[in-house]
Design a protein around this ligand. Structure first.
Ligand code: NAP
Ligand code: G3H
Length: 499
């Protein structure tokens, strides 16, 4: 097991045509742990030639895979799910050191991925086409029938972010593969080692060679080359809005799914259960030190509500464990120095413009104390920018309408929460929020993974969620039967074999 560890115990290889290979240049990227700064391992820095070979290989393998019955494709996922669960502790330990995710969340990411693989296999087996009669449309006839099935697109390029290297790789790979596509996975460099474990497991579970290949290397160096490669038929990207927008410009006419950044608002109304709202918002804002696209990234409440909420938030924040993800801290070191610099910059800007730091605001290396900032106003960067760190701003609003206006002024539109006991108010606000999903009385979050998950505006395009992702990475193919009145097929040209 684990053949991707291919050169000593710290050098990892890429999956190519069923084999584990180094970069043709022999070069590696060094992956250091955000936890202790020590070496986690090295992954190959693949070259453009390696990319060409990997994509060409998917082209050769995909038709056979597409011709494989879906129930046989599905069997690979059931086996892979079992293997993931069998090795969950081991893989979670790798995640913990590579991306500083606390042990419990890392283990849950692996378990969630196993569930995702099984559900995708089931959904794939339930995929059905349709037959449409011509007479449904004015002037049409019952003698015209469109038989519509779904066919794969070809090679899907999956690009995943650092914060869910296993789950957000699988949520692209599995729906693409069950739909009959081949996949080239380009994981985030910090997270690549974890993602290669997933590839290894899929390979071990019986995926035919060349149906899934992996390419590691810096996005800034090989990214443009991959996304503009003529062999790519669909790009499924999760990551920052900046890189997503860049890919959209580069990619030309290749269809895209983009899951990008967010600035999810929690709108808290005066009748909400404030104890519950505070606890839920804390877990939404600070889990994995706020490094989730769906983290609660601002609170919108009237002054009276904010005053009552703050003491509850502060007592909850004081209980958060800060430090080492191996000891299940919630507030863990951020992924790198640059990320921590950025969060501190946003806090500094808010402070300098008159916001009040209620707790936190301090940093030790990449570790930033959980920070709650009151009196954040719309001239401050913290009101609008995504920190991807453990800082939560409170914007005091006049009323519900101002909360809706400020929520919608954001360039992002991933999710929002509304906390209230009044279902009418909840729906009034939910209907007016320009986001993919509104959570009523819950934190913003992606799962369960069969729900549609999408962002609008700068938060993305296209919809994840098992069924939606399979549909996005397949297309309808229509074959139209034109029958004659006596029931025989109308055919004006020579019949095959009689030419
Ligand atoms: P990122 O810096 O945008 O990187 C995402 C992926 O893109 C990585 O694999 C990266 O590779 C690659 N990449 C970088 N430049 C590229 C280029 N020119 N062409 C092609 N690929 C390129 O994002 P991140 O820091 O990993 O993740 C954090 C961001 O992702 C946050 O903004 C967060 O909100 C967002 N996110 C959104 C969702 C969602 O579902 N909406 C989920 C998770 C995260 P390298 O690592 O080698 O640079
Ligand atoms: O980081 C973005 C992920 O899609 C968030 O997923 O809400 O399950 O943490 P999550």
């Amino acid at each position: 097991m684990f053949q991707h560890i291919c050169n000593g115990d710290k050098d990892f290889c890429n999956l190519f045509d069923g084999k584990w290979v180094e970069a043709s240049s022999g070069k590696y990227l060094t992956i250091l742990s955000p936890v202790d700064g020590l070496l986690v391992g090295r992954v190959p820095a693949m070259s453009r030639e390696d990319v060409d070979r990997a994509i060409q290989n998917t082209k050769e393998s995909q038709p056979v895979w597409a011709a494989t019955p879906i129930h046989e494709r599905a069997s690979v996922f059931y086996k892979a799910a079992d293997l993931l669960e069998e090795h969950a502790d081991e893989i979670a330990a790798v995640l913990t050191m590579e991306i500083a995710k606390d042990r419990r969340s890392a283990w849950f990411e692996v378990k969630r991925t196993a569930d995702f693989l099984r559900y995708t296999a089931d959904a794939g087996k339930s995929m059905a086409g349709e037959a449409i009669s011509g007479d449904n449309f004015p002037g049409g006839s019952k003698n015209k029938i469109s038989y519509v099935s779904r066919v794969p697109l070809g090679t899907v390029l999956a690009i995943s972010p650092f914060n869910y290297p296993i789950n957000l790789s699988a949520s692209k790979i599995a729906p693409a593969l069950i739909g009959g596509n081949a996949v080239l996975l380009k994981p985030a460099s910090q997270g690549a080692i974890s993602a290669l474990y997933l590839a290894d497991i899929l390979q071990e579970a019986g995926l035919p060679k060349g149906v899934l290949n992996t390419i590691t290397g810096k996005g800034s160096e090989i990214g443009d080359y991959i996304v503009t490669h003529p062999g790519v038929n669909f790009i499924n990207f999760t990551g920052s809005t900046a890189v997503g927008k860049h890919i959209a410009k580069e990619a030309g006419m290749v269809p895209l799914m983009l899951e990008l950044g967010g600035k999810d608002a929690a709108i808290v109304l005066s009748d909400a259960d404030l104890e519950f709202a505070a606890q839920t918002i804390i877990s939404g804002a600070y889990a994995y030190a706020g490094q989730r696209c769906t983290a609660v990234k601002r609170i919108l409440a009237t002054g009276a509500v904010a005053d009552r909420l703050i003491s509850k938030l502060l007592s909850g924040i004081a209980k958060l464990k800060v430090g080492d993800p191996r000891e299940d801290a919630t507030i863990v070191p951020l992924i790198n120095e640059k990320a921590a610099d950025f969060v501190m910059e946003l806090i500094g800007d808010a402070k300098q413009k008159g916001a009040k730091i209620l707790t936190g605001g301090k940093r030790e290396g990449n570790l930033i104390q959980p920070t709650l900032v009151d009196n954040v106003t719309t001239d401050m960067r913290l009101a609008w920018e995504e920190p991807f760190g453990p800082v939560l701003p409170i914007l005091r609003v006049r009323d519900e309408q101002e909360a809706i206006n400020i929520a919608n002024r954001s360039e992002y539109g991933l999710q929002s929460s509304v906390f209230t006991k009044n279902i009418h108010d909840a729906f009034y606000i939910a209907n007016r929020l320009e986001v993919g999903t509104v959570q009523i009385n819950n934190k913003t979050e992606r799962g369960p993974d069969h729900f549609p998950f999408l962002g609008v505006k700068a938060s993305g395009m296209g919809t994840q969620g098992v069924k939606y992702a399979i549909e996005a990475m397949t297309r309808p193919k229509a074959i139209v039967f034109n029958l004659q009145d006596n029931g025989t097929v109308h055919h004006e040209g020579p019949i095959r074999g009689e030419e």
